[in-house]
Design a protein around this ligand. Structure first.
Ligand code: MLT
Length: 387
């Protein structure tokens, strides 16, 4: 049996995909072959030697020690795009909430309870405190035009906004699915200078930490409204708090509340609801399960964050070698096979940053001795004979 550990509640439509004759999917497996996770913190976890893969039902992977996993030969997957619509819908709500003071207005209206017939008059007298601009005709700057950024941009265009996008890694898929009216800029300063609203949709990592800080805020329009439905750490808290206090930033809406942000005037804290829809939980669970199954059964990698995409059909035996992306590894792998009189029918060796995956369609008997020799090649991390 292949043991799959679920670390959070994963939608049944995802766990049901695993063939019960082959897989044991449970929240109490002790040495799992694979893990499905949503937001459980995994940084302090020790992994068993047989752990092959972790699939995050979601986009962000900051709860997973991705680099350590790569060094241990554990492929980490995420589900890009599966919750994009859910996040987009909340971002659109965020645009309106940041503009029309909806949350403060609702709190104030609730405070009128007990005033009997006077409530109507009090409402009409007090409502002017909560006026705010329309979004139509205003400019929305989107940092990160991935699956979510593109959906937000397209929706904002249909609400009458002008949209500027910035993404140095813009994919062909994103470019093709984006409304042609969206202006893509190559210098983020142009976005900062022109936007009335700025929303950020990039992964959180050491390079993106504090993207929005006192220097970048200084480049923005006075009264800009900032939305952060990606990760709290992308925005420097001290900088945003002082910009809210000075009025430079009119409103900050964040889906990742922190102690310091809660209660700050004109900061709206939402309790990480971006992907909290039944549809998105289902989509993420199904995508994560399919990624794991294709990896375990067919040795294909799709949507990994620490190894490259690698998919190949094999006519012989498929060997997967996960290794560091350094010179001479591939030639040593092929030498081991050549010395054992194994013919390579097909081979691919894509890389992603520091790691690579060599897939080999091998003709001949792949013995334990060959596997040991491949595993002993310097910089090889893990060898799997898939089928
Ligand atoms: C994501 O990273 O996919 C979203 O923030 C939602 C989540 O964390 O589950």
């Amino acid at each position: 049996m292949i043991n799959v550990l679920t670390l959070n509640k994963i939608a049944a439509c995802g766990t049901d995909i695993f063939d019960k004759a082959k897989y044991n999917v449970s929240d109490s497996v002790s040495a799992p072959d694979a893990i499905m996770v949503r937001s459980a913190a995994m940084h302090d976890m020790e992994f068993s030697d047989n752990l092959l893969a972790i699939a995050r039902a979601g986009a962000g992977v900051n709860n997973i020690p991705v680099d350590r996993c790569a060094e241990e030969g554990i492929v980490v997957f995420n589900t890009p795009g599966a919750n994009a619509n859910a996040v987009k819908e909340l971002v659109i709500a965020g645009l309106l909430m940041s503009s029309r003071k909806i949350t403060d207005a609702i709190s104030w209206a609730s405070s009128l309870k007990g005033n009997g017939a006077e409530v109507g008059k009090m409402v009409e007298k007090g409502k002017s405190n909560f006026a705010g601009p329309e979004i139509s005709g205003k400019t929305l700057g989107i940092i990160g035009m991935g699956a979510i950024g593109v959906l937000v941009g397209n929706a904002a265009m249909s609400l009458g906004m002008k949209v500027i996008g910035y993404d140095p890694y813009l994919s062909v898929k994103a470019a093709l699915s984006m409304n042609p009216g969206i202006k893509i800029v190559s210098d983020i300063k142009e976005l900062y200078a022109a936007s009335d609203y700025i929303t950020i949709h990039v992964p959180y990592n050491p390079e993106t930490k504090g993207t929005i800080n006192s220097e970048t805020i200084a480049m923005m329009k006075d009264g800009v409204r900032i939305l952060n439905f990606a990760r709290g750490e992308l925005v420097d808290s001290d900088a945003i708090i002082s910009a809210l206090e000075s009025g430079k930033v009119a409103s900050y809406i964040v889906d990742f509340p922190s102690d310091e942000m809660i209660g700050v005037k004109n900061a709206i804290c939402v309790p990480h609801l971006g992907a909290s829809t039944p549809e998105s939980e289902d989509n993420c669970a199904v995508m994560a399960a399919n990624e794991l199954i294709d990896f375990i059964e067919n040795g294909n990698i799709r949507n990994s964050v620490n190894f490259p995409n690698a998919e190949m059909n094999a006519v012989g035996t498929k060997i997967m070698v996960l290794h560091r992306n350094v010179p001479a590894v591939i030639s040593e792998i092929t030498a081991v096979l050549g010395n054992a009189s194994i013919n390579i029918e097909n081979m691919m060796s894509p890389s992603k940053k520091n790691y690579a995956c060599t897939l080999i369609d091998a003709i001949g008997d792949i013995t334990d001795d060959i596997v040991s020799k491949l595993s002993a090649v310097e910089n090889v991390i893990r060898v799997r004979v898939v089928k």
